[in-house]
Design a protein. Structure first.
Length: 554
């Protein structure tokens, strides 16, 4: 019996789903990050006297704080360069009659879906000390600057993250109405001036989002610095080194460094969102921007620019695929064609099985949970729903290495003892990629009214059955789209996997990394080629059968 004036708690299907969604985020997001915070202040088994000691040491010892300076500097440089290259590339492809536009977009998507660190060892094959291009130029008397250290890191980060800027700017240009440019030109602006003074401010939010993704991705990547950076230490690679040190990892230091990285990435996200809110322009697109005709000379220049940038971005992938069919010995690869590399990659079958199996299981869980949570976020109201909506955004800002260490501390040891198991990898994949399905479903439900669902419930069909029979068929395209994108991103997931895997759960990205560190570039190319194929298949299905374009990737 309830007290007078109180509201009894209604236990229905969607209330249960809301509480279950909150429990999922508490268990797999809040709890691990809380354990990470506690570990950073006290260490595992540490006492109260150790509180904040690691943080004081970080900001007072050059060995540590220098990694943050290096990371911020390199990420900022890569962001500027990727923006300067990617924005004009997107504009040229969207506005001008560039031949082979479909090919250009396909190559950029291919670059986007490949793991970041693959470009690092590909550039070593090309312009490293024994690289192919290095040898050609040496025969002609030219010497390239070293690709190792900060130069190589900036090169890889810039070209690997450039698709973020291209995709976001391309999407932003599609939201601009042609009448805006026409009005500027009618008022005396030249087309180039109109692009800079009228169109650029309108797509500034998209450009800022692309730049943020470049910055956060570069800041969070530790595979690239470890492969090509030599002695140039960065924060993400230092976190990994501290956690898996062969002389015994230091969870307290790794946790503290992870929290510092998390603060920087979250701070960048919050700043970007505040900036976008201030600079967003509400606009309706009736007639999208139309391609503009160019003079033959200008068209040749724009085409040359587009293909030069795309070639530079795609050259590492082409190098990996080609070198997988060449004979190699350690870091040296000859010009002799062979298929023996695929036969000699003895760990490839198990790594491929683990990748497909883990990606499939995690994707199914993400789609099932994402459909329910996406419905709750759009159709329900209340503080709990607002909290769930906020939690669903957090994984975007948490670097893979940070999430991997948080899950390892929370579930790798006592009382769960899940370290190195399939379960712990599924947990980290699930919580990191769940937002894809949530946003995909929420985006489609936001465009569909609730009338059909309300009519079904009014006719006596329970809410759960209504969701399965009415809502799910309506959002099926969003579910399939989210599933394919989730599978592709999980298949190439590296930063969290390398923290949590064991010998029996090694995946394709980890196998590529291991072969590169061992100096076996031929085998790394073989495994890398298979990884590229596995990551690309769902994207091809997404484009071919669901009629999606590259904008769905961001």
């Amino acid at each position: 019996m309830t007290a007078r004036g109180s509201t009894p708690l209604r236990i229905d299907f969607w209330n249960v789903v809301t509480l279950a969604a909150l429990a999922v985020f508490v268990l797999f997001l809040v709890y691990p990050l809380s354990r990470l915070l506690i570990s950073s202040m006290t260490g595992e088994g540490g006492g109260g006297s150790a509180v904040l000691r690691t943080y004081v040491e970080f900001f007072t010892r050059r060995y540590y704080y220098e990694t943050l300076i290096h990371s911020l500097a390199v990420s900022a440089i890569a962001t500027v360069l990727a923006t300067l290259l990617g924005a004009p590339l997107a504009y040229c492809v969207a506005r001008f009659d560039i031949p082979g536009k479909l090919l250009v977009r396909a190559v950029i998507v291919l670059t986007f879906v490949s793991p970041p660190f693959i470009g690092a060892y590909a550039w070593i094959l090309l312009i490293g000390r024994n690289g192919v291009i290095t040898g050609w130029l040496a025969a002609l008397g030219f010497e390239l600057p070293p690709v190792y250290g900060v130069n190589g890191i900036v090169l890889v980060f810039t070209l690997q993250a450039l698709p973020f800027v291209f995709l976001l700017v391309s999407a932003g240009l599609r939201t601009v109405d042609q009448s805006i440019e026409d009005a500027a030109i009618n008022l005396g602006r030249r087309p180039a001036s109109a692009a800079l003074t009228v169109l650029a401010p309108l797509i500034a939010p998209s450009l800022a989002t692309g730049a943020l993704l470049v910055f956060v991705t570069s800041l969070s990547d530790f595979g690239t610095p470890m492969i090509i950076g030599e002695n140039y230490r960065m924060l993400a690679s230092q976190i990994y080194t501290e956690f898996v040190n062969e002389h015994g990892g230091n969870p307290a230091v790794a946790s503290a460094l992870s929290l510092i990285l998390l603060v920087v990435t979250v701070g960048a996200l919050l700043w970007q969102r505040a900036w976008v809110r201030r600079h967003s322009h509400g606009q309706e697109t009736v007639r999208p921007l139309a391609p503009r005709a160019l003079s033959p000379l200008a068209r040749a220049g724009a085409t040359a620019y587009v293909y030069a940038v795309v070639l530079a971005a795609s050259l590492p992938l082409a190098t990996i695929v080609v070198s997988s069919f060449l004979k190699g010995k350690g870091p040296l690869i000859t010009s002799e064609f062979t298929l023996q590399g695929y036969a000699n990659a003895i760990r490839l079958p198990s790594a491929l099985y683990n990748t497909v199996m883990l990606s499939t299981v995690s994707t199914v869980l993400c789609v099932a949970a994402g459909a329910l949570v996406g419905y709750v976020v759009v159709r329900r109201r209340g503080r709990l729903v607002a909290m769930i909506d906020t939690f669903s955004m957090v994984p975007y800002a948490v670097a893979g290495v940070v999430m991997g260490i948080a899950i390892a501390i929370a579930y790798g040891g006592a009382p769960f003892h899940l370290g190195g198991t399939v379960a712990i990898l599924v947990i980290v994949y699930f919580i990191r990629r769940l937002p894809y399905s949530i946003r995909s479903v929420a985006g489609m439900l936001g465009q569909i009214g609730p009338q059909a669902e309300e009519a079904s419930v009014n006719l006596g069909v329970p809410p759960g059955r209504t969701f399965l029979r009415v809502t799910v068929p309506m959002v099926m395209p969003a579910l399939v789209s989210g599933a394919l994108l989730t599978f592709a991103t999980i298949a190439r997931e590296f930063n969290s996997t390398v923290i949590l895997y064991s010998g029996s759960t090694r995946t394709l990205p980890v196998e590529v990394f291991a072969q590169v560190l061992q100096g076996d570039f031929a085998t790394a190319s073989v495994v890398g080629t298979v990884l590229i194929a596995v990551s690309l298949v769902p994207i091809v299905l997404l484009f071919r059968f669901l009629q999606k374009d590259e904008s769905v990737l961001v």
